[in-house]
Design a binder for this molecule. Structure first.
Ligand SMILES: Cc1cc2nc3c(=O)[nH]c(=O)nc-3n(C[C@H](O)[C@H](O)[C@H](O)COP(=O)(O)OP(=O)(O)OC[C@H]3O[C@@H](n4cnc5c(N)ncnc54)[C@H](O)[C@@H]3O)c2cc1C
Ligand code: FES
Length: 352
């Protein structure tokens, strides 16, 4: 079961004109639960204007200082939570936070020396900054960062990254891209495949352990294609997507074609429950509206929090940015973007 814990916001500060840094104190009794791997994210549950919302945020600090962690919230136009952070949140306030999760992560090993390649655009630096600090602190490996931003002022962790390049110059290299400023020593424009490939020519691909990409959909798609074309194995290319335009129109079309009811059997934490849902409503929405406490966060098929195994019946997954073909074959489904199809379905959260 997804659980939320009350954490006190220790400090809130402006990282750039559009990004806020929030740090949390972890009480000692929650220390084990909030032990995280570099690159993981938490979910914040918050009631704003009488409506419960959930949002994911990558942890940007490294898992060095037990008892505290930091996230960065970047302003989004008309964004419900980011506006709340900007206008209302203050140090000492309490937020409901779930345990860290996610597979976009780095775990140090003591094997042969390795190289990591990271590609980040804008706020996509947050999980990658945690990974960079961890690679540099916990291993002798090297890491190469391609980092794209509009301008220097809006570059999250600009100073911290500059300091790391000074301190770890032989193991940490940054290639910067700016779309609004032509700065000497940086590339003008978006992160592009040509520069990435030219830079990587100086590296032995066989020593590159993992490629981490965090940014908009097209950056993830293009870089993944580039790496695959260089015979990099798919499992070594990890990506984290923060936002994907909602498929509201598509969902409307699908739901208008469906009619009738489905009996849903839920298996969660060893308990079995039954709920009857409409075939024209997304499964997650129906189950949550019926008062069942199932795990979820982004509601947009990008974070993996809502995954379960479909052990009986049929669903229509209308959007999926997280499951591989093999996982779909195994019966895994993204509950937040699936419609029930058969009259009876069974969802098992205990065998995921
Ligand atoms: C795994 C994961 C990790 C994440 N980590 C971070 C992080 O470290 N820092 C961070 O700032 N965000 C992060 N996000 C995104 C975050 O969860 C929220 O989506 C974001 O903060 C916007 O929330 P909001 O309530 O302010 O906006 P909403 O109220 O959700 O959205 C308002 C409007 O803006 C659009 N919108 C939402 N997000 C974006 C966007 N990124 N770009 C353009 N339009 C958008 C929406 O479609 C809507 O129209 C992460 C998301 C995921 C899935
Ligand atoms: S809630 Fe994020 S993938 Fe479903």
């Amino acid at each position: 079961m997804q659980k939320f814990y009350s954490l006190i916001v220790k400090e809130i500060s402006k990282e750039t004109s559009k990004a806020y840094s929030l740090s949390f104190d972890i009480p000692s009794n929650l220390g084990n639960l909030f032990t995280f791997k570099a690159g993981q994210f938490i979910t914040i549950r918050c009631n704003i204007d009488g409506k419960e919302i959930r949002r994911c945020y990558s942890i940007s600090s490294a898992p060095i200082n037990n008892g505290t962690f930091q996230i960065i919230v970047k302003s989004v136009p008309n964004g419900i939570f980011s506006k709340y952070v900007e206008e209302n949140l203050k140090a000492g306030d309490v937020l409901e936070v779930s345990e860290p999760e996610g597979n976009f992560c780095y775990e140090p090993t003591n094997e042969k020396l390795k190289t990591f390649v990271a590609i980040a655009a804008g706020s996509g630096i947050t999980p990658i900054f945690s990974i960079i600090q961890s690679v540099l602190s916990f291993s002798n490996d090297q890491i190469l960062l391609f980092y794209g931003n509009k301008n220097e002022e809006q570059t999250i962790f600009n100073k911290e990254i500059a300091k790391l390049t000074e301190d770890f110059g032989d193991r940490f290299k940054v290639i910067k891209f700016f779309t609004q400023e032509d700065i000497k020593g940086s590339h003008f424009g978006r992160i592009n495949q040509k520069v990435i490939l030219e830079t990587l020519q100086n590296y032995d691909f066989s020593t590159i352990e993992k490629f981490y990409v965090c940014g908009p959909e097209d950056l993830i798609k293009n870089t993944t294609e580039t790496f695959l074309s260089q015979s990099i194995k798919k499992e070594n290319i990890l990506h984290e997507l923060f936002f994907s335009p909602q498929t509201l129109l598509q969902n409307k079309a699908v739901s208008s074609e469906n009619a009738g009811k489905t009996i849903v059997k839920l298996i969660l934490d060893g308990e079995e429950k039954t709920v009857i849902v409409d075939k024209n409503t997304l499964l997650l929405d129906s189950i949550v509206d019926a008062g069942f406490d199932i795990p979820y966060s982004c509601q947009n098929a990008i974070c993996s929090t809502c995954l379960c195994v479909l052990t009986k019946g049929e669903v229509n997954i209308v959007k999926n940015e997280v499951l591989s073909d093999a996982e779909i074959e195994e019966g895994k489904i993204v509950v937040c973007q699936s419609y029930p199809v058969s009259d009876v379905i069974e969802l098992n959260y205990d065998i995921i």
